[in-house]
Design a protein around this ligand. Sequence first.
Ligand code: APR
Ligand code: PHB
Length: 390
Amino acid sequence: MRTQVAIIGSGPSGLLLGQLLTGAGIDNIILDRVGKDYILGRVRAGVLEEGTVGLIDQAGAGARLHAEGLPHTGFSLAFDGRDHRIDLRGLTGGKRVMVYGQTEVTRDLMERREASGARTIYEAANVTPHDFDTGSPFVTYEKDGGTHRIDCDFIAGCDGFHGPSRNAVPKSAIRVFEKIYPFGWLGILAEVAPVSDELIYANHPRGFALCSMRSATRSRYYIQCALDEKIEDWSDDRFWDELRRRLPAHHAEALITAPSFEKSIAPLRSFVAEPMRFGSMFLVGDAAHIVPPTGAKGLNLAASDVHYLFAGLREHYRDGSDAGIDAYSEKALARVWKAVRFSWWMTTMMHRFPDTGEFDQRIQEAELDYLTHSRAASTALAENYVGLPL
Ligand code: APR
Ligand code: PHB
């Protein structure tokens, strides 16, 4: 088989890149280790920057997002028993974010891909990129009892944190930066109306809590938990009680509860791999970087990588210039590090760290007080939250 761009991974990064390339007449094949249903069973965050929405539109997959997504023009920072609204629209000159689950983004992109007739190979085992230090790379995989080969011009490693692309790079050619946070998030989904129309990020002596949503009738809630917590120790009742304790009283009273239909614990980490290009292979999205979910940047960063890579590949095929692909790693990383910084900062400001002393505690309180009372500080938060320019 032969294609122009072989894409490893059918998550949001691979699908978005694939559909933009298809739209530009650039042939591509997506390969994934698992099947469609497995991919659509993953539950992830759901806050989209305007730039991300624009790319999904450009990929032709924005119709349902505009019909069902919830535009948010602000969110609440809750601490000390009170809410403090961050007016995203007022502070950023009219910008907003869209709340729409990542699972739905993935579903819409998959449907679009099927309609376009572009090729996707699911349940491909042992996917391996080869010869990406040359101009004739190829990918091999196993399926239906045979080994197959796809020759291509470029490989896009969109295969998430544990995928084979980054791991195929010699250790001496890559530098990684990592920070593991000493806590996780216990998250649930429940079929209830959200406690508030806007997201609530709560800092509380018992730990962080987040009230988010998927729709007007489906809520997504999280609480900070220790890394060694076991999911079976968290009954729904225990979860709801703990969430209530961490929210200002008027929210705790308004909280509607119901049995959860999804419950999981996720660790928090920051990770960046440099560079993001190795000859004819590019790393995109979670394959190159992970952020803790506090800033809601994971999917948005994947989208900005795709934006830079798509522009570079289009320039290569249409104009015969490699300036865009040569600049990919540097451009993507400049934006990645700013989002890594923002996510680290939000995480540090909103959580209880096991070793926090009284001094650090007072510093955190002073920061929240400053942030919510200084227009300059609120503006810095808001402009990062809605997304820095591409
Ligand atoms: N072979 C082929 N495909 C693989 C392999 C492999 N060995 N390993 C992983 N994959 C696939 C996964 O099955 C998955 O479908 O790569 C895809 C990677 O998708 P994601 O993990 O969703 O990563 P990405 O597309 O970069 O999306 C980033 O996802 O984790 C969130 O916060 C993150 O929102 C961000 C988004
Ligand atoms: C979510 O809805 O899952 C969500 C929202 C905002 C975040 C993280 C997760 O910062």
